[in-house]
Design a binder for this molecule. Structure first.
Ligand SMILES: Nc1ncnc2c1ncn2[C@@H]1O[C@H](COP(=O)(O)OP(=O)(O)OP(=O)(O)O)[C@@H](O)[C@H]1O
Length: 323
């Protein structure tokens, strides 16, 4: 259950650009964002991953002042987004999930219009070039393809040279080349010291761009850490496998190895202690005069394995809290 009202004051002392404590959002008594805690550090690209309907956009919309929260404390660049201060807003760039339409305006006119709203905008043509729309600068926005529209959204989001950028699925609908260009843009702003919060369904995008990530499922943060930490965490086992050499075919496999399966001569051990398991397998082989185990592989879980495992665990767990 979420508390009924927002906290009266923002009780956050951290200097991090984004600090979220106990954030809740309810629709019709259902918690779609459920006691979320987040810390995004200065200069990092922070990935926000989760399946459809997990609560990513709702959280981003609350952090950017586009939606009201039900309860919880939030500090974004030291202020509460609900205050909607103009100077504060100029320090933030937002690329929302829904594409805006600007009827009868060209790409350059739209970007120029948004540039005028900021005290220190980037040069309009430079930004149009960065998002790969130079050849479309004079085209009317209604004539752009879906992917080109998305690039325009990104241009609008970054034209103010923000300290903090929220990108809500910025590469959805982009072709592979445009996707790589969008990644370059995220890296470009990262090198300028900009903090970026990036929601996405694409795990490769998070692995490629993000320093840290949070995984949200059914409104709850189920994991947060560096990509290496998330990929290596203890929830998803490592697989150790090898092929039993002919010399050992008739020998019993070492006893007491949990998660061991054998199919013909292929042996697989699913384990949280891959070093120990590998040591025991090699010791067993040596005891029988074999110095090499053919096809020996230690396969660490990928971020995708961890993600799918977490989403699956949540699917089989109890439904979300209903008020
Ligand atoms: N205005 C609204 N009224 C009622 N329910 C809403 C409203 N907006 C969002 N929701 C619900 O809140 C939940 C979270 O939605 P949200 O858009 O934040 O998810 P998401 O993680 O961004 O999903 P996606 O990846 O599909 O964009 C969903 O169940 C959605 O149906």
């Amino acid at each position: 259950m979420c508390p009924a009202a927002p906290q009266a004051s923002v009780d956050i002392t951290s200097d991090d650009p984004v600090v979220v404590r106990g954030l809740c959002k309810q629709y019709a008594g259902r918690n779609v964002v459920d006691h979320v805690d987040l810390d995004v550090r200065a200069g990092e690209v922070f990935g926000f991953l989760g399946p459809n309907g997990a609560g990513k956009s709702t959280t981003i919309d609350i952090l950017t002042g586009r939606r009201a929260r039900t309860s919880g404390d939030i500090s974004v660049l030291g202020a509460s987004p609900a205050d909607d201060d103009r100077a504060w807003r100029a320090r933030i760039g937002v690329v929302p999930q829904t594409t805006a339409t600007f009827v009868e305006m060209t790409v350059r006119e739209v970007v120029t219009l948004f540039a005028a709203m900021y005290p220190r905008p980037l040069p309009v043509d430079e930004v149009i070039d960065m998002v790969g729309l130079t050849s479309k600068a004079k085209a009317r926005t209604e004539d752009l393809s879906g992917g080109q529209q998305r690039r325009l959204d990104v241009a609008i989001g970054v034209i103010g040279d923000p300290e903090l950028i929220f990108l809500d699925e910025p590469t959805t609908g982009l072709d592979p080349v445009a996707r790589r260009e969008a990644w370059d843009l995220v890296r470009y702003f990262g090198e300028r010291g900009t903090t970026t919060v990036l929601t996405t369904h694409y795990l490769d995008e998070v692995e490629e761009l993000a320093h840290r990530a949070a995984i949200i499922v059914a409104g709850k943060i189920v994991e947060v850490g560096t990509i290496a930490e998330l990929s290596g965490r203890g929830r998803t086992p490592t697989t150790v496998s090898f092929i039993v050499p002919e010399a050992l075919d008739a020998e019993p496999l070492p006893s007491g190895l949990d998660g061991l399966t054998r199919e013909d001569r292929q042996v697989t051990v699913s384990t949280y202690e891959p070093s120990e398991v590998t040591y025991r397998l090699l010791s067993w082989a040596r005891e029988h005069g074999v110095r090499e185990l053919p096809g020996l592989r230690v396969l660490q879980p990928s971020l995708e394995d961890v993600y799918l495992n977490l989403v699956h665990q949540q699917d089989v767990a109890a439904p979300v809290d209903v008020a």
